[in-house]
Design a binder for this molecule. Structure first.
Ligand code: SF4
Ligand code: SF4
Length: 456
């Protein structure tokens, strides 16, 4: 079944043509200028789930990108005052799912999230976290148990609503080591039985064969929900960037057909779908001038039935407010909108960006390389059209200047691509399976060529 057929048969059948069938003039009339928190809370799209008393908000708070400030000792800590403001606003406007992990924000996310949430009744929000026992030093039974128990302490709670095996799928052997050989999965199933964990699932990055394997375990472990990477680019093109990935269309379709609720990560591809190439921004604006670029990506995810929550890492108040305007209330995409976004995705695949979603799992690099910073700068220049392949192009000199000055401004010269020694230690940490040293070499070569031509 192709995507259009799937949406027409699945989505329209599930939600009725009045939702996805809304015409452009209907949409124009429904411009969302809502700012009253109580009304937003009432309008927030949400779903009932299992035996949970309150519906789960379709917009979930991804707590991996809290704003950070200097800790006064040369490090960084979450800006607790800002986190409190963001969480207060989210709760009052109807967001009630908060997803974190022991490894987010340099290991400080659970604590910062709980510090803000504990100022509110425990029954007013759902907590989601993960067993992030990556690496041999964390995968033993003892270390995994410590991580599990520590999450309860950090989150100041005696039960967790959603608990995930974190990022399984790239290698079955790792899953075996992290969850089977050490008995952790059996332990977690028991924790679910006694109510310490209310729902158990996994987050997935990997290929189709591995996904099918985890689905085959459903009968034994009963996955309550699965967290997948889904957005309008990965819907059909995830495997184009990473041959060891799976297109979201397949992941979502399989889970839907098995009746397993879907949670979505990376709806914005780490922010890349909020910073798309300029010509594509114009196309989106032409189609609906009221909508932000990011809103298209969120509504793509939220318009699919069977999606329990779309997790978004909203670092600043303006991100939160823009998202609230998309979900409270949600105005689902039409089938034509979805087709239009697929055309945009197809064009986007022609741009030579590095498929980095800024998750920061690869840092710190032992040699100090600012891997995500370098990729972010390069991608930004690609999207702005500052990377001109042809040195005869009249815009080439301007583009060259923009790339070089922006590079030094955004990435400390001591942490740039030329300092990478190709040790390869970062490769395994990247869920997008980017060949990081290779990409750094490519960017370094490009920067060096520009410098040489500029006489720098
Ligand atoms: S390959 Fe380069 S970027 Fe990766 S860990 Fe080694 S030095 Fe750091
Ligand atoms: S290179 Fe990979 S691990 Fe590093 S920030 Fe980008 S996507 Fe994440």
């Amino acid at each position: 079944m192709d995507r259009r057929e799937f949406i027409e048969k699945g989505v329209l059948a599930a939600v009725g043509t009045t939702l996805l069938g809304a015409c452009a003039s209907d949409r124009q009339a429904k411009s969302n200028t809502q700012t009253d928190p109580a009304k937003m809370k009432q309008d927030m799209a949400s779903h009932s789930f299992d035996s949970l008393e309150e519906k789960v908000s379709l917009l979930g708070y991804g707590c991996m990108r809290w704003p950070m400030i200097d800790d006064g000792k040369g490090g960084q800590i979450p800006d607790q005052e800002a986190v409190n403001d963001l969480i207060d606003k989210a709760l009052v406007c109807g967001i009630n799912l908060f997803d974190t992990s022991p490894m987010y924000n340099g290991g400080l996310s659970e604590k910062a999230t709980a510090a803000a949430l504990s100022r509110h009744p425990r029954s007013s929000y759902y907590l989601s976290t993960k067993l992030s026992n990556f690496g041999p030093e964390n995968a033993s039974r003892e270390a995994s148990m410590r991580m599990y128990e520590n999450s309860f302490r950090q989150l100041q709670t005696d039960y967790i609503d959603f608990y995930f095996l974190h990022s399984i799928g790239s290698r079955i052997e790792d899953f075996q080591t992290r969850y089977i050989d050490n008995g952790m999965l059996d332990f977690l199933v028991e924790q679910r039985r006694i109510g310490k964990i209310r729902h158990l699932g996994f987050s997935f990055h990997g290929n189709k064969k591995n996904f099918d394997y985890f689905m085959s375990l459903h009968e034994k472990y009963h996955w309550d929900m699965v967290l997948i990477q889904m957005n309008y680019v990965d819907w059909k093109y995830a495997t184009l960037n990473n041959k060891n990935a799976t297109n979201a269309e397949y992941l979502y379709g399989t889970l839907s057909s098995m009746g397993i609720p879907v949670l979505i990560m990376e709806p914005l591809l780490g922010g890349r779908l909020a910073k798309i190439p300029e010509p594509l921004v114009h196309k989106l604006q032409e189609r609906d001038p009221r909508r932000s670029v990011a809103s298209w990506a969120f509504r793509f995810c939220a318009s699919h039935p069977g999606v329990l929550s779309v997790l978004s890492g909203m670092t600043y108040m303006e991100h939160l407010e823009d998202n609230l305007s998309n979900f409270a209330p949600l105005e689902p995409l039409t089938v034509e909108d979805v087709d239009f976004l697929q055309d945009i995705a197809k064009i986007m695949m022609e741009y030579p960006v590095v498929p980095c979603n800024d998750c920061k799992y690869c840092i710190p690099c032992p040699y100090g390389i600012d891997i995500p910073g370098i990729f972010n700068h390069y991608n930004k220049c690609v999207n702005e059209g500052s990377i001109e392949p042809d040195s005869q192009d009249p815009a080439y000199r301007k583009a060259r200047r923009r790339f070089l000055s922006g590079y030094d401004a955004s990435v400390d010269p001591l942490r740039q691509a030329d300092k990478c020694i190709h040790c390869g230690q970062c490769i395994e940490k990247c869920p997008q399976e980017i060949d990081i040293p290779h990409e750094l070499s490519r960017i370094d070569h490009y920067a060096e060529t520009l410098r040489r031509e500029s006489g720098l």
